[in-house]
Design a protein around this ligand. Structure first.
Ligand SMILES: C[S@@+](CC[C@H](N)C(=O)[O-])C[C@H]1O[C@@H](n2cnc3c(N)ncnc32)[C@H](O)[C@@H]1O
Length: 290
């Protein structure tokens, strides 16, 4: 199927895009609708309500270019410059990992723990290690108004994106960005450490992800565990007594990360939480001693 004309209806353009994206995307129709809405500057609902309308030539050209980039595996979020996470919209581009829905499990776990252990007026100190777009730190700041959060990253480029998101969500007074390696930039121990560290084995991941998303955000070394080892080795000194540590994990890493956590925190409770798809997703280390 081709889309040669400078004139096409929404129906025709969507059919062409679905055909073009069928082999590279699990959601070709959704991708096409989002990209067309973006090219037109309309909502998706407006696009779907106007399937017989003719697309203006400039919007059609923009749409065609976006679909071809998507066909080369570029994530939709980079193409439109934003991604929804935990009900909030984040600016994203190639400098940061696209926030994933499974990371919302980490937010649920952190909020639950915070509400159980801290009264609404108590100040709670949190650190988000490897903040990327800032999605974890900001979602926690929005939902825990008593929290002060350090958000660290080794990448100054990622922190520039996080800065935009912190401003966008009005939490600049409670989220402090720090540049540096893992826990080293933290000025003091915290009550809750959270992290979605790089945990993939680069050779084993989806080509589209490897091609477009930052390797610093993905690369967990030859066994995927390199960052967990370093993070867990330093974590006992970075936590206040009674504090907690929550780490996102890959679905096959529960046993290995749990063992590392038990080694670092022999007296703590270590447990695994599943995501909505039932896969192991978060290792929680609770009741940390001094
Ligand atoms: C998997 S991404 C997570 C990004 C974001 N927190 C999220 O959940 O979408 C990991 C992040 O850790 C950062 N990172 C990688 N190595 C790091 C290190 N040694 N110290 C601090 N941050 C690091 C990367 O730049 C990236 O932003």
């Amino acid at each position: 199927m081709t889309l040669r004309d400078s004139r096409a209806t929404i129906d025709q353009a969507l059919a062409w895009a679905v055909d073009t994206l069928r082999d590279i995307s699990e959601t070709p129709r959704l991708d096409a609708e989002i990209l067309l809405a973006h090219a037109l500057g309309w909502s998706r609902v407006r696009v779907l309500a106007g399937v017989r309308e003719t697309i203006p030539a400039d919007a059609l050209q923009t749409f065609r270019a976006l679909v071809l980039r998507r066909a080369a595996h570029e994530p939709v979020a980079y193409l439109i410059g934003r991604k929804e996470f935990y009900g909030l919209e984040f600016v994203v581009d190639r400098r940061v990992l696209v926030p994933r829905p499974e990371t919302e499990t980490l937010i649920d776990a952190a909020i639950e723990w915070a509400r159980l252990h801290f009264a609404p007026h108590d100040t709670l100190l949190i650190a988000d290690i490897g903040t990327g777009s800032g999605c974890i730190a900001i979602a926690l700041a929005v939902h825990l108004p008593n929290a002060l959060i350090y958000a660290t990253d080794l990448s100054p480029d990622a922190l520039a994106v996080a800065r935009q998101n912190i401003e966008r969500h009005g939490v600049t007074d409670r989220v402090t960005l720090l540049c540096g390696d893992l826990l080293t930039p933290l000025p003091q121990p915290v009550d809750l450490l959270v992290s979605n560290p790089p945990y993939t084995i680069l050779d084993e991941i989806d080509a589209g992800v490897r091609l477009h998303e930052p390797h610093l955000a993905l690369d967990g070394g030859s066994d995927g565990l390199a960052v967990y080892r370093r993070l867990l080795a330093g974590a006992p000194q970075a936590l206040r007594p009674g504090g907690a540590l929550m780490l996102e994990i890959g679905a096959t890493q529960a046993e290995a990360v749990t063992a590392l956590a038990r080694q670092a925190f022999p007296a703590a409770v270590v447990r695994v939480r599943c995501d909505l798809a039932g896969r192991d997703r978060v290792v929680e280390v609770l009741h940390v001693a001094s």
